[in-house]
Design a protein around this ligand. Structure first.
Ligand SMILES: C[S@@+](CC[C@H](N)C(=O)[O-])C[C@H]1O[C@@H](n2cnc3c(N)ncnc32)[C@H](O)[C@@H]1O
Length: 329
């Protein structure tokens, strides 16, 4: 599972013929075990001097995208939230759907998750690694995993970037057989503009481009129904990247992070949402890639199901749907 050979050039593009760098899962686990279990920790916004309101702002912004993606799901839907952190989304789903299964590997975050979800009898929490989580055995028959039931929604909120390609593929393939007809998988992942970049320090993560995600997701048997930029994330990310530059320039004792972080956050917050388009657009024209990191939602359906949906749709894609059904047989 570990590896360190370089396979990206300086721009993060995978160099043909070389093995992509792999995440060291021991380091990934160690990082998340030490993460601060606050609204900022699982959002990677700790250490910038931001107020907790920055986490709430990002969550509220994301709620709009999630609400739109799940609007057709019935209240009796079962939800699987993998890599759920402190459970802000598990709680959100618990208030809307009949059952939520929430899985988290970090013991630090799991403690907060359990406490947050304790008022909700419809939430089951599991302190497990998603790679060893057996949906049938670990959830048990009581969770309703028969051949006719399954999950109507799987939420992967910033999980796939902590898994190597091979494991993303295994996990997604495993999910398919536990999905109800009509189910969706909703991912939210940090993205870069091109290729793949795997950070190898104490904080290990794979940043992939939207195109790279598309290829992995399609290869794992899913159709990508929608890709949407996460503007609230981008707004806070711009503040993060400015503060990072500040930290690189100014010695620690002169940084005044609680003030600088608040000012940076508030500056971008005031211009939201226009600045999330305008600033990157302007800077790209000037040859500057800012922010370096972006974030996207991906709405997925298993390919066969998506093809069937297309065949059912009265005015669109019947031929494409039939072709895909034939291919998948
Ligand atoms: C960026 S945080 C996102 C948390 C949450 N989904 C949210 O949106 O607020 C990523 C989470 O995935 C968890 N995680 C990473 N790899 C995992 C694995 N192999 N098994 C279970 N959880 C994992 C981390 O511990 C962390 O809580």
């Amino acid at each position: 599972m570990t590896g360190s050979q370089g396979a990206t050039d300086h721009s993060g593009v995978v160099v043909a013929g070389e093995t992509p760098r792999q995440l060291n899962y021991t380091k990934v686990r160690a990082y998340w075990k030490s993460a601060r279990p606050s609204m900022l920790g699982p959002y990677m916004m700790d250490g910038f001097g931001f107020p907790v309101g920055a986490g709430r702002f990002r969550f509220r912004g994301e709620v709009k995208a999630v609400a739109e993606a799940i609007k057709d799901l019935k209240p009796e839907t079962s939800v699987l939230d993998l890599g759920c952190g402190i459970g802000v989304w598990a709680e959100y789903f618990a208030q809307r759907f009949s059952r939520v299964v929430a899985v988290e590997a970090s013991s630090t975050l799991y403690t907060v998750l359990k406490e947050r979800c304790s008022p909700y009898p419809n939430v089951t929490t599991h302190h497990r690694d998603v790679l060893s989580f057996e949906m049938k055995n670990d959830c048990g028959a009581a969770e309703g995993f028969g051949s006719t039931s399954g999950f109507g929604l799987v939420f992967l909120g910033g999980l796939l970037m902590y898994l190597n390609d091979h494991d993303v593929s295994i996990l997604l393939r495993k999910l398919v057989s536990h999905l109800k007809p009509g189910a969706i998988v909703l991912c939210r992942e940090s993205t870069i503009r091109q290729g793949v970049d795997t950070l190898q320090g104490d904080y290990q993560v794979v940043y992939r481009s939207v195109e790279t995600y598309r290829n992995i997701l399609v290869d794992a048997g899913f159709d990508v129904m929608k890709v949407q930029g996460n503007n609230a994330y981008i707004s806070v990310q711009m503040a993060c990247e400015l503060v990072k530059k500040w930290k690189a320039l100014v010695p620690a004792r002169f940084r005044c992070l609680p003030i600088v972080g608040r000012l940076a956050y508030l500056g971008f917050r005031l211009g939201y949402p226009w600045n999330t388009r305008l600033i990157p657009w302007l800077l790209t024209r000037m040859g500057c890639e800012f922010p370096w990191l972006t974030n996207h939602f991906f709405v997925l359906r298993p390919s066969i199901q998506a093809a069937a949906d297309r065949m059912d749709a009265p005015s669109h894609g019947t031929q494409v749907g039939q072709e895909r059904m034939q291919k998948s047989r």
